[in-house]
Design a protein. Structure first.
Length: 93
């Protein structure tokens, strides 16, 4: 028997926890990347469908890999990865 779908209440709790954690590590609510993650997560809370997305935080030099599961046996996650800048695009001093 497959695991049950994650409840709307559980999706909301995970969304709040992850958004607060983004703020705690320095991402402001007005950052375009933060607002995009919030939009994606709001849609997930409402429809419960699995989401895998990559959101760019250009000012922070990071990509956020967002995983929002449908099933209750998996946790929602956001993994921040450093974006490598090619050497020819690096700022010269």
């Amino acid at each position: 028997m497959p695991p049950a779908d994650k409840s709307k209440a559980d999706r909301l709790k995970e969304t709040i926890r992850l958004l607060k954690e983004l703020q705690r590590v320095g991402f402001h609510e007005t950052d375009p990347g933060y607002m995009e993650i919030k939009r994606i997560m709001t849609q997930w809370v409402n429809d419960g469908e699995k989401v895998s997305a990559v959101v760019c935080f250009i000012r922070h030099g990071r990509d956020a890999h967002v995983e929002l599961p449908k099933r209750a046996d998996k946790a929602a996650s956001i993994n921040l990865k450093v974006v490598e800048v090619p050497e020819n695009d690096a700022v010269e001093e």
